[in-house]
Design a protein around this ligand. Sequence first.
Ligand code: SF4
Length: 391
Amino acid sequence: MSPLSTYASQLPEAGLKAALACERTAIIKAVSDSGLKGRGGAGFPTGVKWNFAAAARGDRKFVICNADEGEPGTFKDRVILQEHADLVFEGMTIAARAIGAKEGVLFLRGEYTYLRGHLEAVLARRREAGLLGKGVLGSPLDFDIRIFMGAGAYICGEETALIEALEGFRGEPRNRPPFPVNTGFLDCPTVVNNVETLAWTACILGNGADWFRRVGTERSTGIKIFSVSGDCARPGVYEFPLGISVSDLLKEVGGEGAKACQIGGASGQCVPAKDFGRTIAFEDIPTGGSVIVFGPHRDMLEVLHNFLEFFVDESCGQCTPCRLGNAKLLEGLEKLRAGTCSMAYLRELCQLGETMQVASKCGLGQSSPNAFLSVVEHFRDEIMGRIPSHA
Ligand code: SF4
């Protein structure tokens, strides 16, 4: 049985009871001591985020669960919501107690509408059991959670775009600062955490920080939940300690013989076979959990084409480097595939990608050229074979 399942079945609500029995500062200290970092991919320390929101001035504060899981190749939050919704809501209630919030929102990906009935039923059961509502478990904490449906835009996984959508506006990233922990939903202090992050906070409060730290690395503690897909014998959702090497992960999922892995989704890194000794951890290869395996027969330019089409569709269009840059990269890739891209033009495309990484406003545009640049770097033979003077 996995650590998350074991906790859920053996220690129901132990984290919440522990949180209600201690000072807010002790809750934040436990989460900080565990070393938990955001499981959505950004890797920001959860305890630091909660501490900022707890210290922020404001009578009204919010806890938002980011369930807008849209990164290509990522489907582990869907499974957590299906199988461990109680843990996620428990984590939200603990966060509310830690920062002093009364209101929570679960922002659910539009494509996961079919989960809404199940999640509403879990919320209703929790209200009935006194785990939500006025005076949670007889304590002074008043807290409830509502579900808000996303409309299918990838960019709303970015926390400020998510908040804009929640306020009824077009989902576009905001300038930062100010950060949501100070000026978030309705300009109130707001904590936005990923589904998996919140589930782990419940486990940490129930079992202690040392329990979480017992696996992983010094800078990347604990277990991470992965969505594994592509050319492997056993695709699915897995729990592995952070710090696992790419080759060990591939052995577990039946992906030996792969020529590359895309780690972290379309915006992540394309890791070639020669680098499979590297580790999946915030200090080496960070990820929100997506691992896409590419077998020896895969055409990496076709893979790139899929990713770039996705980014052209999903760019919110607010800033020029991303809006035009992704379209130009796609156009260049089409020339490459058609055998009409010169070496000089390829160099310009790489410079464009590097400019996008530093000049785009948000993470989408900053990371969308990653796959292009890493395929050019690591699969030179495939690329050079398509350039006329090198063919
Ligand atoms: S980087 Fe892309 S998604 Fe982000 S604000 Fe700019 S146009 Fe929008």
